[in-house]
Design a protein around this ligand. Structure first.
Ligand SMILES: [Zn+2]
Length: 183
């Protein structure tokens, strides 16, 4: 377990390091996009520049896919780049460089089925099953602030779960649910 985790983090660092190449004359290319995640279930952390020099970076996308895997059964699924871009914009709105704490990323059909049976708050066909949704909190930022910033983006679905201290964000249709607490 520990060995696997070290290997994973080592690979991730390598991928990020190899991306830190400054090319003169490339000023027209927009800034690299970087995200940091901490998976609250596995304890794994990752910092990855997943977009650089005008393209998504396969090694970083693979590392993100791994850190956001289903912690129940270890299943992995591609993560929609649109979701990552949404998280970059959201972090900018929150004016923070804090990492995202991840409560739930990808969910296998089996896991989602079990959760759906156990809770009315879990959709039968969740966008988590497509790698297009994530449940997050942001250290140093109040959940109501994260919630309001996510709503203001109008980039997809936003669910508010104050009792569990997280906000659901997805890159599906623009919609929202969950009881809104007065700030
Ligand atoms: Zn969710």
């Amino acid at each position: 377990m520990d060995f696997t985790r070290r290997g994973f983090l080592g690979t991730a660092s390598l991928a990020v390091a190899s991306l830190a190449i400054v090319r003169p004359g490339m000023a027209s290319v927009s800034a690299p996009r970087k995200l940091e995640f901490h998976n609250t279930h596995t304890g794994e952390s990752l910092a990855a520049t997943y977009w650089a020099d005008g393209a998504y970076v396969p090694e970083a996308m693979a590392a993100i896919k791994k850190v956001l895997r289903d912690h129940r059964d270890g299943a992995e699924h591609d993560i929609d780049p649109k979701l990552l871009d949404l998280l970059v914009v959201l972090r900018g709105k929150l004016d923070t460089t804090a990492r995202y704490e991840v409560i739930s990323g990808y969910r296998s059909p089996h896991s989602n089925g079990l959760m759906h049976e156990a809770s009315s708050g879990v959709a039968k066909h969740s966008l988590h099953m497509e790698g297009r949704a994530i449940d997050i909190r942001v250290p140093g930022r109040d959940l109501t602030l994260v919630h309001n910033a996510a709503l203001a983006l109008k980039g997809g679905g936003v669910g508010y779960y104050p009792a569990s201290d997280f906000v659901h964000v997805d890159c599906g249709k623009v919609r929202h649910w969950g009881q809104r607490r007065e700030a």
